[in-house]
Design a protein around this ligand. Structure first.
Ligand SMILES: Cc1ncc(COP(=O)(O)O)c(C=O)c1O
Length: 381
């Protein structure tokens, strides 16, 4: 008997492939998005303390109360929106689980979901597993900002959901107030649900506004806001995220979440709650921390033949290599890793349609020495 794949077009993700290749070649890994430095020692001590204190059994399905209370306080502080920690916040195993569950909650057979390319790779499989299909709208260099009039033209009677991501992986684009207002008008006018993937919410650089779907009341009424502590606290391996959504949406979200993971790692939930309560300044310092890393990397690369694209947020830098090579971006990344010892991610893998642009993504969530070594190699090309 042969199994018939539900996702015949899916293979091993490029992130795993490039990290593996980087390991095999001993290359500097600027491909997959994770820091090569440690989290705050206070966070590490806190998680150890909670393990030793015996908080090792199932957390409540919706997440531990202190963490949900801290998220409500942070949301009010950052975006001036009051949310009910009992009814509107659910802790998940990473943003990936929250995205998957939110999609299963609202997408049915035959529904269409609007997604912007380049896009994070988990949206489409989740939509297809729910029986829907994705409609892809290409964002274009250099600013990768949606043309909202074009987006409106893609809404059909079948459109159920729109997925947005700001600050945006892989381009570093950040939505302005006008973008969120246009999204709000669209969502309200066409009775759409929205998922706002905001995992890089605390990495917004000077010149861009720090905004969330939670900053816009009418939009928030129809939106699952998804975020992740992995990015904010430099602990991507903890896979701890959350979903903020109005009560009616959260009720449906929780029905599915309880059968996907039921609950997430208990000690980490308490440890992050401690940090948010006692070290709240850390969250507000992350933008400056990553802006410094972006500026360092951009400065080091100034003498290279890469042309760097604007980066307003996240910890990713796009770079055009058309002065260096004629290779496709996938081949260029393999060549760069194997021959020159630096791993990057090709931009085309984030889009469903073939792309000809010669652009790669570097992750600058790295120690100064790592960025210096990588830039030295890249400047030789
Ligand atoms: C845009 C985007 N959304 C979601 C995620 C997943 O976050 P998590 O690791 O918390 O599941 C990532 C991780 O890279 C991401 O870049």
């Amino acid at each position: 008997m042969e199994i018939q794949s539900k996702l015949p077009w899916v293979g091993t993700t490029i992130f795993s492939q490039m990290s593996q290749l980087a390991n095999e070649c001993g290359a500097i890994n600027l491909s997959q998005g994770f820091p090569d430095f440690s989290a705050d020692p206070l966070l590490l001590a806190a998680v150890n303390a909670h393990v030793l204190a015996g908080r090792n059994q199932y957390a409540p399905m919706i997440g531990v109360a202190p963490l949900r209370q801290q998220i409500a306080a942070l949301t009010e502080q950052c975006y001036q929106r009051r949310i009910d920690p009992e009814r509107e916040i659910t802790i998940t195993s990473g943003a990936t689980e929250a995205l998957f569950v939110a999609i299963q909650a609202v997408v049915r057979e035959g529904d269409e979901v609007i997604v912007f390319d380049p896009a994070y790779d988990s949206y489409r499989p989740a939509v297809e597993l729910a029986g829907g299909s994705t409609v892809h709208i290409q964002l274009c260099a250099p600013d990768f900002r949606p043309n909202w009039a074009e987006v409106a033209k893609c809404v059909t009677a079948k459109t159920k959901l729109i997925i947005v991501n700001s600050p945006h992986n892989p381009t570093g684009m950040v939505f302005s107030a006008q973008d969120f207002e246009a999204l709000q008008r669209l969502v309200v006018a066409h009775d759409l649900w929205c998922i706002s993937d905001e995992v890089y919410e605390h990495m917004v650089f000077a010149g861009a506004a720090k905004l969330s779907a939670n900053s816009f009341a009418a939009l928030a009424e129809q939106t699952f806001v998804v975020s992740s502590f992995g990015k904010t606290f430099h602990v991507t391996g903890w896979k701890l995220g959350y979903c903020v959504a109005p009560e009616a949406l959260s009720v449906e979200f929780r029905k599915i979440h309880q059968y996907v993971t039921f609950s997430s790692y208990t000690p980490a939930q308490f440890a992050i709650a401690d940090m948010l309560q006692q070290q709240a300044h850390l969250v507000h310092e992350i933008s400056a921390f990553y802006q410094q890393k972006r500026d360092l990397f951009q400065g080091l690369m100034a003498q290279s033949r890469f042309r760097l694209l604007p980066c307003q947020g996240t910890y990713f830098q796009l770079a055009d290599y058309s002065e260096i090579s004629e290779l496709s971006d996938v081949d260029f990344c393999r060549w760069l890793t194997i021959e020159h010892g630096v791993a990057a991610i090709p931009l085309s893998v984030f889009s469903t349609t073939p792309q000809s642009a010669k652009i790669v993504r570097f992750c600058f969530a790295k120690q100064t020495a790592t960025l210096q070594q990588a830039a030295e190699l890249l400047c030789k090309l």
